[in-house]
Design a protein around this ligand. Structure first.
Ligand code: CA
Length: 227
């Protein structure tokens, strides 16, 4: 077993589907581990520290939505939620679970492997140290500004992380949505504006003189510290 092979956790209670996914992922050079029971997931994630989790929603023991929320309390590991109903994806997006992508059954294993690769590629974006006064704790999804907790949602945290990783760089709404949602056709760009608005409000409530996130008319948003 080589160290640089990535471990994908397959949370799936249908043995034939789990095995099929395992075969395809292994052919693409990933390591895999199957967890068939919702109650075992959290412990397994903590033990084997996977690179990505495929998380079925309907599971014995505990459902995927609850599990996703619980994982996000301690980890930012990429999660792809697997649902049997396409109309459920909208509802899942609305719940802001912090999942990285959603895929609907039945899917082709090839499509799934492509999604896995895309999510892993996105999550590997190098993270540069944020400017002084701002502390981002990715494992706990906590952001501190000048010693005060900003109390951000997952999406707000991600926006702050992306923008602050390159101060001065202008990100379009499109680029921000690309990095936050896999299928942003289902999300309007007003969504980004409303998340940014809440994020700015939280920043100002902690540090009234810090206008860290600036909108650039007609272009998007950027992170910039005065001084
Ligand atoms: Ca299932």
């Amino acid at each position: 077993m080589t160290v640089d092979k990535k471990l994908i956790l397959i949370v799936e209670d249908e043995p034939s589907l789990a095995d099929l996914l395992k075969d395809y992922l292994q052919q693409s050079d990933y390591l895999t581990q199957i967890v068939p029971d919702g109650l075992q997931v959290i412990q397994t994630v903590k033990q084997c520290n996977p690179a990505l989790i495929l998380l079925d929603i309907m599971l014995p023991g505990k459902d995927g939505i609850t599990i996703c929320r619980e994982i996000r309390e301690f980890s930012t590991v990429p999660i792809i939620m697997v649902t049997a109903r396409v109309e459920e994806i909208d509802r899942l997006l609305g719940l802001e679970l912090g999942a990285d992508d959603y895929i609907c059954k039945p899917f082709s294993p090839r499509e799934l492997v492509a999604r896995v690769k895309a999510v892993l590629r996105r999550s590997a974006i190098d993270y540069i140290d944020p400017p002084s006064g701002l502390k981002l704790d990715e494992k706990r999804l906590k952001a501190e500004l000048q010693g005060s907790d900003l109390d951000l949602t997952v999406v707000e945290f991600q926006l702050l992380k992306i923008l602050s990783s390159e101060p001065g760089r202008i990100y379009s709404r499109e680029q921000l949505m690309d990095r936050i949602y896999d299928d942003h056709r289902v999300v309007s760009d007003r969504t980004i504006d409303s998340h940014i608005k809440k994020l700015r409000k939280k920043i100002v409530s902690v540090a009234s003189s810090e206008e860290l996130i600036h909108s650039v008319y007609g272009a998007g948003y950027k992170f910039e510290q005065k001084s």
